[in-house]
Structure formats: C-alpha cells, structure tokens
Design a protein around this ligand. Structure first.
Ligand code: UGA
Length: 441
C-alpha cells in the first residue's frame, strides 16, 4: 500500500482522501483551514455527500486516514501528493483563478527533498501543469526528482464515493520530457480499479488537462441542446420531455443528461466552460469555442424563462404573490448552492415583488448564507402553507414523490410550476392543480 497525501480538503479532496484510505492506502489530508481539518479529524464532513461520513469515520478508526495543516508533514509523509484545491472563476473575468493551486506548490515544494510526484486533480487551464512542474522543481531541493503529473477528476457531487472508488476511466498526464515514476506509482495507487479493467489512459500533460474541460463542455452542451429544444417546444406547443425520450433511444445520442429544465449550475460546469473560452482566447483559438458562449446563453435564459412563466401564471405581476420554492441546491443529493439556478430564480422572483419561502432538505444553511433576504421554512408543508403557487426548482426525490393531496388545503392557490420536469403533469392536473413545466404545454 502507498503513503499518499491529499492537499485541499473541499468536496474533491475530502472525498479523494477518504476513498484512497478505503482502498487501503495510508492517507494524510492537508488543508490551510484549521477549523475544517479539526472537523474532518473528528469524523465530521463539513458538507453533505451521501456515504462520505461513513467512509471517513471507518478509515480514521482503522488508522489509515488522518488530517493536518502542515505542509512540512505532508512532504515528509509520502511520495505521492494529490493536489485537490479549487480553481474558481476570477471575479469579473472568465478565466480561472489559480492562486490556490500555485500556493500549494509554493508551500509544499520547498519541503520535498527526494523523489516525489504531485498529481494535479483540480480543473486547470491547459498549460498549467507544465508551468507548475517548472515552478515546483525550481523551489524544491529535490529538483529534477520532483514530477508534476495530471490526473483529472470526473466525480459528480451526490455520487462522489462511487465515482471515486469505481471510476469509468482513469487519465494520467505525464510530462513527456521527464517521464519518471508518475505512471508506475499511479498504477500502484489505482491497482483496485485497474484490476477491475477500468480503462487507463496515459497521455501528455496538455491532453490530460483538456480531457477534463472537454468532458464538462460536452455535458454542458448536451444540457443546453435539450434546453434549446425546450425553447422551441414552448414556441411550437410541443413537449420536450417526450422529445428527449424519443431522441434518447438512439444510442448515439443517449438519454442521460438530456433533462430539460432550469439548466446547469454548481461549482464546475459554468465556470469550467468560461475558463475554457478564456484559455482558448489566449491560445488564439477562440473561434473553436464560440459555441460555448451560446451554450452559456441558452443556460442562463432558462432561469429568466422560469421567472417569466411564473409571472404568466399570475397574469403579469408577481407583486404580493406568495411563492413556495422547493429546492435551493444546484442539484439533488448535494448541499452545494454555488451558482444554483434554484436560488437564482428565487432571488429574481423576490425582486419582482413576490414573497418567497424556500425549503431544501440539505442546503438550508448554505442558502441562507448566500441569500439571507429570502424566507426559509423547515419543511415542505411549512413552505407551502398559504402559498399561491409551489415551484419545484431542484428535483430531490422527496419533491418528485409529492402527492398533490398532501398540499391541497394547505396552499392558497393550486398552482404548481415544475422547473425540473420531474413531476407527473397528469397527476397534478387530475387533482385540480394548474401545472406548468419548462418546454411543456
Ligand atoms: C460535473 C460533472 O458531471 C462531473 O463529471 C465533473 O467531475 C464535475 O462537474 C467537476 O468538474 O468537478 P457536478 O457539478 O457534480 O459534476 O454536477 P452534474 O451532475 O454534472 O450537474 C450539473 C448541473 O447540470 C446541475 O445543476 C444539474 O441540475 C444540471 N443538469 C444535469 C441538467 O440540467 N440536466 C441534466 O440532464 C443533467
């Protein structure tokens, strides 16, 4: 088994650390946030991710996983270091902010004295890995014995444990001018997945970096494609959910990621397509990605459309309307509200004069911190009490399974707006409700 460190313990890092330990490795997780490290060491996950807490606790108890704030300790601990810090969008620009990635290199490299590999997992602009390698070697007493490789991460929030333990592919970008131990060490670390015949692609650094942003751009494009079709369905009085089913049977198209609705949000797809466009511009290849601007536009238009649809239901004015918003997280099974379409719409509805009460099974604290002026309820029933309309904006299982009978009598107006096309229109209409969905008549 290998001694590994995980640098940065956010969504990606905490999951990676726990899963590496689950695979039997001895893991040290490092973060500059002492509060977060204390919580993790105590077996508490600072965010919601199904199964993560059990895996974390099991491995801390087994002595395979611990946490620290010390980079000196990280350098001394092992020879494989996974870089898992965030690369958010720069304020007021499309480009990615690389300050956290660079600071890990600057803090860690000076303490590394012998052969070691830093595997970058963060999503970065193509060309970053080669630059970080030069930077690390210049700072480290190990010099040429320090390698930087790139091992992009494809996990989805809500499925993070399964995606990490059983990935659908592994990609390792290796510095072509100094191919040292990075590939061999990665094969040892990922031995379990390799034994299960997981595809293992060894590439150059630039290709590995691009694989990640290309994958996220494709997913974003797929979602915006179906949302563009939803716009047409609205104009032509057709039903986008049936259209998605029908085209999805073609195996070349596939039904997954063809759910029309409020569109994509979160900490990855929106900022990744923007950073990709910014990087393409720097490489004088901006034309290749101009379509991503349209992908972004279609996506943002869905939020506006949801607000319009609500206004239509109220005959043109939201002033005085009482709205129950079900869902605040950017998607179900997550408490992440970064660039959440649901909260964004809730905020816009309030700006137009509605009084908005939000309920989410797990994202309440994060939502309150980001949008403190909205009202929050502690249950579906409390949110819906006295409401003139119910808006389902994140498709949590609990909301998909709602029975109109549970709400009838509680609400003031029987109107339901389905921002995720996750309810059965017939069921709600039959119960006497006005049902409206995005891209549906
Ligand atoms: C995304 C990718 O799916 C992961 O493969 C990648 O590793 C990750 O970004 C990352 O870069 O770290 P994630 O942000 O967790 O994962 O969420 P997704 O499941 O991709 O959903 C993104 C958004 O698209 C959500 O707001 C979701 O509601 C929306 N979506 C998804 C749709 O509107 N329609 C769909 O059919 C699917």
């Amino acid at each position: 088994m290998t001694k590994v460190t995980v640098l940065g313990t956010g969504y990606l890092g905490a999951t990676h650390a726990a899963c590496m330990a689950e695979l039997g490795h001895e893991v040290l997780g490092v973060d500059v946030d002492a509060g977060k490290i204390a919580k993790l060491q105590d077996g508490q996950v600072p965010f919601f991710e199904p199964e993560l807490e059990e895996v974390l606790r099991r491995n801390i108890e087994a002595g395979r996983l611990r946490f620290s704030t010390s980079y000196r300790e990280a350098a001394a601990w092992g020879t494989a270091h996974f870089l898992c810090v965030g690369t958010p969008q720069k304020r007021g620009e499309y480009a990615a902010d690389l300050r956290y990635v660079e600071s890990v290199i600057d803090e860690l490299a000076p303490h590394i004295t012998g052969p070691a590999v830093i595997y970058g997992k963060s999503t970065v602009p193509v060309g970053t890995a080669a630059r970080l390698g030069d930077r690390a070697r210049a700072l480290s007493p190990a010099g040429e014995q320090l390698e930087v490789a790139w091992n992009p991460e494809f996990l989805r929030e809500g499925f993070a444990i399964g995606d990490t333990l059983r990935p659908d592919r592994l990609v390792i970008g290796i510095d072509p001018v100094r191919p040292g131990r990075a590939e061999q060490l990665a094969r040892e670390i990922y031995a379990t997945a390799l034994a299960a015949e997981t595809p293992f692609l060894v590439t150059d650094l630039a290709t590995a970096e691009l694989v990640k942003v290309a994958a996220n751009s494709f997913l974003a494009t797929k979602i915006s494609f179906i949302n563009a079709m939803a716009e047409l369905c609205e104009a032509a009085d057709a039903d986008v959910t049936v259209l998605a089913d029908a085209i999805g049977y073609d195996a070349r198209i596939g039904r997954r990621f063809l759910n029309a609705g409020l569109g994509f949000g979160g900490g990855c797809l929106p900022k990744d397509i923007r950073a990709f466009m910014a990087r393409a511009g720097e490489l004088h290849a901006h034309q290749a990605l101009t379509f991503l601007r349209e992908v972004d536009n279609v996506n943002m238009r869905r939020r506006t459309r949801m607000v319009e649809l609500t206004r239509e239901v109220f005959d043109g004015s939201l002033i005085g309307a009482r709205l129950a918003v079900l869902g605040a997280a950017f998607k179900p099974d997550s408490d992440d509200v970064r660039d959440s379409p649901a909260l964004n719409v809730a905020g816009q509805l309030q700006l137009q004069g509605a009084s908005v009460t939000v309920y989410d099974p797990h994202a309440m604290d994060n939502a309150r911190a980001l949008f403190p002026t909205l009202d929050y309820a502690t249950s579906v029933a409390e949110a819906c009490k006295g409401a003139d309309a119910v808006l389902v904006l994140t498709e949590w299982q609990q909301f998909r399974e709602l029975d109109p009978a549970d709400l009838t009598g509680l609400v003031r107006g029987n109107r339901v707006l389905d921002g995720r096309n996750c309810l059965d229109p017939q069921l709600w209409s039959a119960a006497g409700w006005t049902y409206r969905g995005l891209g549906r008549h």
